[in-house]
Structure formats: C-alpha cells, structure tokens
Design a protein. Structure first.
Length: 497
C-alpha cells in the first residue's frame, strides 16, 4: 500500500503520507477554513517582508559593507530567497497543509527532521515578531514625542532597571486578538496597512529621485578593505573561526558580506506557505503568492537603496534612520516625518503576519500529536486555532517586552536559513520517493537548483556569529528533550502503527 511505502521507517525517520496530511485538513474540529485568494497571499508576503529592512538596514549596510553597491547585495539575497522560494512553491502547491517547512519535512524526510524544523520555525517566528514589535515601539515613541507625549523610559528598552517595553507588548496582544478572530479579518486589515505602507515607499522613491546627485554613486563599488575582526570569538562570524577567513568590507566580497546582513530584510516570504491550508486554490495560488511577493519586494528594496545612496554619500548615511536623515540632509524634513509614519504603520502588518504564521506551525505540530493535541482545536465560530493563538500571543508579548531587538535579530536569520536548507533537501527526497505525485508547480533544474539553494543558505549561515550558533544549539537541545520526552511517544503517526 502507498501509505505503508511512505512510512518507510519505524523509527524517528518515519514519514507521514501526503494523502494523510491532506485528509487531516478535512477534520471539522482540527481543520482550517479556506478563505484566501492569490491577492491575499501576495499582500501577506509583501506585508511581512517590507518592514524594518527598507527603512533601516539600507543605511547601515551601505555605510559599513558595500557603499552604493548595497543594491547588488539586495539582489544577491533575493537570489538566495528565490532559490528557496521555488522549492517552497512546489511543496506548498503539492502539500497544501498548514505548517510550511514542518509539514513538507514530515512528508519527505521524516518525523525527527520535521520536529527539528518545526521547533526551529517556532523560534524564528516568535523572535521575529518580537524583533519587529520592538522596532515598532521605537518609531511610536518618536512619533508620540512630536505630539508632546513622552513615554517613561522605564517602559522602554532605553531605560535602566526594569526596562519592560510596554508598547511592544500591547501591540502583540492587540494583534493576537485580530488573528484569533479569523483569517479574513486579518487579510482585510493587512491589505489596508500594506496599501498605506507601499504608498509611502513609492512616494519616498519618487520624491528622492529629485534630490539624487550623480557624484554620490562614485565609486559605486568602493575598494575592498579588510575588517579588523571582532575582539571576541563569540561575536566573530563562524566562517572566521572555522577557516581563519577574515570578512572584508566593500569590494566584491563586501557585497556578499552585506548580503548576509540584508537577508533579514527578506525574511517572511516563507510565511505565505503557512497559509496553504487556508487558500481556496492552493495548487494555483501558492506559487504565485510566494514568488510574486518576493519579486515585488526585491524591486522596492533595490529602488530604495539606489535612491538613498544617490541622495547622500554612503559614508555619511545615518545607520539608524538612513531614509529620514537623507531627506533632512537635502532640506526636505516633510518626507522624513512621512517615512516615520510609514514605518510605524508598516511594521504593524509584519508583527500580525508573523503571529499568524507561528500559530499555524504550532497548530500543525499539535494536530500530529508532537505537541499536546488540545492546541489543535479550532474555534467553532472563528475557525482559528484559538488556544494556540492565545498561548503564543502571550509568549511573544513577553519576548517583545523583555528583550531588545539587538539580542534577537541574528537568531531569526539562522532559523530561517536552516528552514531553507531542509525544504531544499526535501524537494530532492520527495522527487525520488514519490515521482508519481501530482505536482501543480514543479521547481526547475532539480536537483541542481535545490543543491544551489542549500549551498547559498549555508554560506550566509556561516557569516553569522558564533554566539548566535551557540544560542541556536541550546534551543535545539531543548527541542530534542521535548521530542524524546513527549512528542515521539504521543505522535499520531507512531501510535497509529
């Protein structure tokens, strides 16, 4: 039987048949409503990708790594994401089930790898939501100060002592309530927010064109300069520790160093895959939603980076608010205020979509029995996993309140890249084990493309700090303990045998 052949191992590498994964979505108590269109998916993708990256990262990377060639760094990161995106598109259209990379891994590689990637995704999305909520809080504090409202420093991460970021925590709790009520409401609110955000970005791009000075682009690719390296091995890139390689700024290698940093700006397109089960026509719409959102955001990032480095010399850019400072430098303060408004509005959608993606991964793992099955219960009225949503919303609110952005962002990068590696490997495995499977979308040049995706992702991972890898390893140790202590024995797949 096909199901027996799919479950090819009795141990931790047992796989769940795709047919069974799809059948689980029909359970009225543990299945999600199909309410999303291709436009909703593209909006979700753009809504979560366009965030702090377009307003903040551009300046710091141009000044420290690549100069005006930061536009090329965005292209390099987009290529890495595009390789992974093609793999995600094939999986999401073939296995239209909540859980994204977790579900794909369960169907192709096995239960333990699926648990690892699911546990990793929970980390990525929880910390990602916390990072962005902290960034939103910073913009809001600045905007409120313009109206004479000063937020006490003890309720931000700028204060001493307690330092609980109240605004970030409240934002997470409010958006948790919206996600709880249902996907359609979330999609409508996201569409409105994204419309405002993209309008602001386009206005900034077109306004900035009138302030560009050609001499600011020279040299477009500044001469290479070796970095002195970190004073601490924990803060040094892993590639430096392993190979003794010293990363460089500027020049050709500076573009790749910059790409590892600006990669954070692209995080989120894979969130679209978590909504596969709630899409009306996933076979057609998932590839369009994933790849379409990635293309739109790449164009916006490249345009913004070219405008900001043309307005102000890259060596003079402000690293915390480059767009706003560039407009101030050319005597256009109005646009500076508009950018702050667009950033604050735009980050709201990012937090909401990250929350949505996280709850769907947790829900899928719970439905499979690897986490308590009570968390896969859907609300009879809203059709959402309400218990999971409330639990994770509170956890993320605490993360956003207690931890600063700098402590979290690299952990998000390593989690995302690890997911890319697993999904690419899963494509190769599933092509060999299930060549008969109907595929509405087929990633081209398999296995060459997935192998290229794995190599590109691993290279960017090696550019992350040793400290990030140690934290990631500690999180995985906790995950293994939970799987072998609870998940393996409660797995529906294992118990069903």
């Amino acid at each position: 039987m096909r199901e027996d052949s799919d479950r090819r191992s009795e141990g931790v590498f047992r796989t769940k048949s795709i047919e069974q994964s799809i059948a689980d979505t029909e359970d009225p108590e543990h299945g999600l409503r199909k309410e999303l269109s291709v436009l909703d998916l593209v909006v979700y993708g753009v809504g979560v990708i366009v965030g702090t990256g377009i307003f903040v990262i551009t300046g710091s990377v141009a000044k420290d790594y690549a100069g005006p060639a930061v536009a090329l760094a965005f292209v390099v990161s987009a290529v890495v994401c595009g390789l992974a995106g093609l793999c995600y598109a094939e999986f999401a259209s073939t296995v239209p089930v909540a859980g994204s990379a977790y579900t794909f891994s369960y169907a192709s590689i096995g239960e333990l790898p699926a648990w690892i990637i699911g546990w990793d995704l929970i980390l990525e999305l929880a910390l990602g939501a916390g990072v962005v909520a902290g960034g939103w809080s910073g913009y809001m504090v600045e905007l409120l100060s313009h109206f004479g409202i000063d937020v006490p420093k003890v309720l931000t991460h700028d204060g001493s002592g307690f330092g609980f970021d109240l605004l970030a925590a409240v934002l997470v709790l409010v958006l948790t309530g919206i996600v709880l009520v249902g996907m359609k409401l979330s999609a409508r609110i996201t569409s409105l927010i994204v419309a405002v955000k993209i309008t602001v970005v386009l206005l900034v791009i077109f306004a900035g064109l009138f302030y560009i000075t050609g001499s600011n682009y020279h040299p477009f690719l500044p001469p290479s300069k070796a970095n002195a390296g970190s004073s601490s091995d924990l803060h040094a890139p892993l590639v430096q520790i392993i190979f003794g390689f010293t990363p460089s700024s500027f020049g050709v290698m500076g573009i790749f160093s910059a790409a590892a940093v600006v990669f954070f700006a692209f995080i989120g397109f894979d969130i679209v895959a978590t909504a596969a089960e709630e899409t009306r026509n996933p076979q057609r719409d998932m590839p369009r939603g994933i790849l379409g959102s990635l293309v739109v955001c790449t164009i916006l990032y490249v345009a913004v980076s070219l405008v900001v480095t043309g307005m102000q010399k890259y060596s003079e850019l402000d690293t915390s608010a480059p767009l706003a400072s560039a407009f101030k430098a050319v005597g256009a303060p109005f646009w500076s205020g508009l950018i702050s408004f667009g950033a604050a509005v735009g980050l709201t959608s990012v937090v909401m979509i990250l929350l949505m993606g996280q709850t769907r991964v947790f829900f899928a793992m719970s439905r499979d029995g690897l986490l308590p099955r009570a968390f896969s219960q859907v609300h009879p009225k809203f059709g959402t996993p309400y218990r999971t949503t409330v639990l994770l919303g509170v956890v993320v609110a605490l993360i956003a309140g207690f931890f600063s952005v700098e402590e979290l962002e690299e952990m998000v990068n390593v989690g995302t890249l690890f997911a890319f590696v697993v999904v690419a490997l899963g494509i190769i495995v599933l092509r060999r084990t299930r060549p008969d499977l109907p595929r509405a979308f087929r990633a081209p040049w398999v296995p060459v493309l997935p192998v290229a995706s794995v190599c590109a992702s691993l290279w960017l991972m090696l550019n992350l700090s040793v400290e990030t890898w140690i934290r990631f390893g500690a999180w995985m140790v906790v995950g293994f303990a939970i799987y072998f202590g609870y998940g393996r024995s409660h797995s529906r797949l294992g118990r069903g045998r």
